[in-house]
Ligand binder design. Sequence first.
Ligand SMILES: [Zn+2]
Ligand SMILES: [Zn+2]
Length: 342
Amino acid sequence: MLQPPVSEATDEAFLAALGIHRVAIPVPFPDAGGPVNTCFLENRDGSFTLFDAGLGTPDAEAAFRASAEAAGLSLAKVSRIVVSHGHIDHYGLAQTLSEETGAQVFVHPADWDKVVGDGRWVEQADRYRSYFARLSVPEELIHKMAKLAGSTSRFARRVDEARAQPLSAGQRFEFARFTADVLHMPGHTPGLVCLWLHEQRILLADDHLLARVSPNPLLELGPKGEEDKFPALLTYLASARAAHRLDVEWVVPGHGPPFRGHRALLDSLFEFYSRRQERILSRLAESECSALELVVALFGATDPVRLYLTLSEVVGNLEVLEDAGRVRRRLEAGKYRFSLTS
Ligand SMILES: [Zn+2]
Ligand SMILES: [Zn+2]
């Protein structure tokens, strides 16, 4: 958990004046960083673009409809849906709202398979199983993790191919009172995008920048199961440095209220990862380790619910250290062993 030196907005009138209306929807995930945001963005013709589409459970849908109605935001006026990234709490209602309104759903190609079509969970699950085995996760835990992952479909409906449009970096959307550029900021997921209101210095950052939790860049294999296609934390840190360079005044995150001070937040995040890397290095100074042994050294227990997050964090930091030439791995009897290079 981060406690960054940021200041949060208590009044969002400055956003409403620009035609940006945030609706927060409760989510049942303790690590998410609070209710998930959807933003109604006023278009020139009086309709709305929805930036993110919440979670698709009946409770979340009821909460979303009630909050939108209470705020005077008509869902019937949604003419376009932009999905920031392929996590269930950000695209969950996209298909339902698109069926209701005819709105097209925009998704970055790198997250397309997470959001659009039938998905390839069964095919992918085997690849993840063997990857987790190389990370020394016991079979019984892998089984529990696979069951948990397979159950996420009840949180989100997948979007029909005919309703989906690919987003591209550099794409620009015109709204009633501002223009926003699509910024591809891979890391938290491979296809995550932010909307950047350059003139207003507002970044709709979704889960790229979160004030209350680290953004958990998650383990991700390539489409053919490649392990090195998407080193999540290395990729995230490059995108975080790109966000650091932006002259942002306000961040509207994916969870929680808008905040200022994105550079202070990112500096504390960079320090947070450096400290994690120091802990990994000091454990490796004692002996060669498996990935799972490092999870236990850093986080104690290996609760299957949290194991995907904690493994992601350990492997992500190991990949950063390998990239810096400080750690190496070898494969022994089908399992990775990590050690210091000197
Ligand atoms: Zn996310
Ligand atoms: Zn999220």
